[in-house]
Design a protein around this ligand. Structure first.
Ligand SMILES: NC(=O)c1ccc[n+]([C@@H]2O[C@H](COP(=O)([O-])OP(=O)(O)OC[C@H]3O[C@@H](n4cnc5c(N)ncnc54)[C@H](O)[C@@H]3O)[C@@H](O)[C@H]2O)c1
Length: 269
């Protein structure tokens, strides 16, 4: 497989290592980075077993014609580069799912996939059970409630900082309660799980979200409950944070790797 990657940050670096450990049969790698990052990225990937091309222009990624693209960059990359890949007929995995809380961008992505006669793939990311949630939709889902509980400092750089004194917090404190649309728009760096649940289940307005800063925990804890015609269930995922980015649960990397490996192996599961 010729794999295209958008972004060379925390997730991409670990993803490349996981794919190498799993002996993924990659024949070529094309990585899209921000302008000015080409040489450093090329150097970092010097020992890779497949030929590597590093580009800083979305058109060059499309021209390289990878079999599959995985976006691990952010909102701006979804807007510009993911839509270009989809329009060119390249199947594309979006990891920055929170970007799709922007209704206009969501519609652009769907239109690009339609134009390119391909599909956009939304991986489970930091959580699990998305297969069940999505499968239950035709049975009628009446409720999806999600709680995101992280150590106080994992909320640094978000509006939680203005609501709470994060470093001195001694008790678990709920600082956001609302629907997934508001959660994703107000907390874009932490929006991915809420957006994933909304898109798999009953949408951004119907999905209820709570965010908690909890000094008693060291992991990123995602809990959600679903009530549906066919099944009710509750999930609790205690994700280890990535060493390089505490906002990102490292499980996300494995979820992205699964999307690649499922396309390379005899069994997709
Ligand atoms: N789906 C999930 O459950 C989930 C979980 C965690 C993180 N994420 C998302 O995955 C994305 C990557 O996370 P990370 O921890 O690797 O972040 P990171 O900041 O470590 O890496 C992102 C990299 O992408 C680069 N980048 C940004 N915009 C770009 C663009 N337009 N073109 C090329 N490169 C660009 C940045 O310079 C950076 O190097 C983020 O959007 C994050 O919100 C999703």
């Amino acid at each position: 497989m010729h794999l295209g990657l958008i972004g060379y940050g925390n997730i991409t670096r670990t993803l490349i290592d996981v794919l190498a450990r799993e002996n993924a049969a990659l024949t070529r790698l094309t990585v899209l980075v921000r302008p000015g990052r080409e040489a450093a990225t090329h150097q970092a990937l010097a020992g890779h077993s497949a030929p590597v091309q590093v580009v800083s222009d979305g058109a060059a990624l499309v021209a390289a014609s990878p079999d599959l693209v995985v976006e691990c960059a952010g909102h701006s990359a979804v807007q510009a580069d993911v839509t270009a890949c989809l329009r060119a007929g390249i199947e594309t995995v979006i990891v920055s799912i929170g970007a799709l809380a922007d209704e206009a961008l969501h519609e652009q992505v769907l239109a690009a996939a339609r134009d390119g006669r391909t599909r956009v793939v939304l991986p489970a990311g930091a959580i699990g059970g998305v297969d069940l949630l999505s499968a239950l939709r035709p049975s009628g889902i009446t409720e999806v409630t999600y709680t995101s509980r992280k150590p106080p400092l994992a909320w640094r750089g978000t509006p939680a900082e203005t609501l709470l004194d994060l470093p001195s917090l001694t008790d678990a404190t709920v600082f956001f309660s609302g629907n997934a649309r508001d959660a994703a728009l107000q907390y874009p760096k932490n929006a991915n799980v809420a957006a994933t649940l909304a898109l798999a289940g009953i949408g951004f307005e119907g999905t209820q979200v709570q965010m908690i800063a909890d000094p008693q925990v060291t992991q990123n804890i995602h809990e959600y409950s679903v009530r549906a015609g066919a099944t009710d269930y509750t999930m609790r995922i205690q994700g280890n944070p990535s060493p390089d980015n505490p906002k990102t649960s490292v499980a996300t990397v494995y979820s992205a790797a699964r999307e690649v490996l499922n396309r390379l192996r005899e069994v997709a599961i």
